[in-house]
Design a protein around this ligand. Sequence first.
Ligand code: FAD
Length: 391
Amino acid sequence: MEQESISKKIAVIGCGAAGGLASVLLVKNPYNKVTAFDVKEPFSTLLPTGGGRCNITNSEPDVREFVKNYPRGEKFLLSVFSRFSQKDTRKLFEDLGIKTYVQSDNRVFPVSDSSKKTVEILRSHLNCDNFQFKKEKVLKLEKSGAKYIIETENNQYKFDTVILSSGGNTESFKLAKNLGHTIIEPQPSLCALDIKEKYLYKLAGLTIKNAEAKINKYECNGDILFAHKFITGPCIFKISSQTAYNELPFEISLKITSYTKEEIEDEIKNNPKKSIKNVFSKFAPESFINAILINNNIEGIKQTAQIKKQEKEILINSLLELKLHAEGRIKDSEIVTAGGVDLDEIDPKTMESKLHKGLYIIGEMLNIDGYTGGFNLQNCWAGAYLSALNI
Ligand SMILES: Cc1cc2nc3c(=O)[nH]c(=O)nc-3n(C[C@H](O)[C@H](O)[C@H](O)COP(=O)(O)OP(=O)(O)OC[C@H]3O[C@@H](n4cnc5c(N)ncnc54)[C@H](O)[C@@H]3O)c2cc1C
């Protein structure tokens, strides 16, 4: 009887990365009665992460450097991660039975290298009497006095506390908006791009290694992969993330070779009898050089001694500052959503809403998104930890 009166009824809406971990932490306290709502099994959204290996976090030790990997949320996360860092994530996962290791590029993975095994272990922590899972979609979230009312298709529930963790989708933003929260317009981030230069789609399957990209003042590098109807890869993901709110079309300038202008010119001068195609294939994949030659009506079989000044310029520019024009973000290719609940309305110490006591908003629902490398999940784990600690 006494236990009933002091126990807290907590709802977790969305049992993916953030809501799932918050549930795991909350049920450690037997006085918490946790009910999670989701249309998918707990932690299902973790299964495809990290290519099936689950890139849990990133080992960058300096929190100020760490937060630079979030085009949206940097300042807010400085406060969050000073309370729960990547180190804390690794310690917490180890305590939960998931040992991790650091890859050479600072990405942190479970030692099992398996999202499936990671999910199994996390789910096992929810096998307890004070956890209930409702495979129901939440349609409405309202406040009635100090209580929260949750409506699903066939049921209505009452709770003292709610964690809103239903991810970055329009429907889940509606739940927060209905309670008066401001939603920053959602945009795809970490997504593939459609470019005006369609002739490059003939290169489908080709990867340009470690290209350097410039968009206005922003610079980044990484691999670029050409597909039939879009370009993708780590470099394009970073670009899409930085330009999530740029108006389309926008220009990207690419350096796709590690050679300098002088080195390329020397090679042309020193090989007057070799074909243009042969000489330029030293600087970039042959199929790329072919596409540039065809698109500019330059005969690749001509000797370099016969190359016209203008042709030489076109070819060198294609290697050193190839201009592409992004004219579309590929729908449903995004890994995360930029935009979401305005961070000014959330307390970074506790993840509690500043508008409603007892409402916590965590994970991708917030106006936070990071680059690839474990940054997006780190946001989820930290939010889960701080909210559970405060409830
Ligand atoms: C293919 C892929 C690979 C990725 N790999 C990585 C990686 O390796 N490392 C990394 O850091 N990040 C990665 N990410 C990003 C990361 O997975 C997300 O940032 C993270 O899952 C967001 O967690 P979340 O809990 O906020 O939302 P989610 O994990 O999306 O969970 C939200 C849950 O809410 C449920 N839901 C939604 N609406 C409702 C509703 N109305 N009622 C009930 N339930 C609802 C959904 O079914 C879902 O289960 C990847 C993303 C993708 C798509």
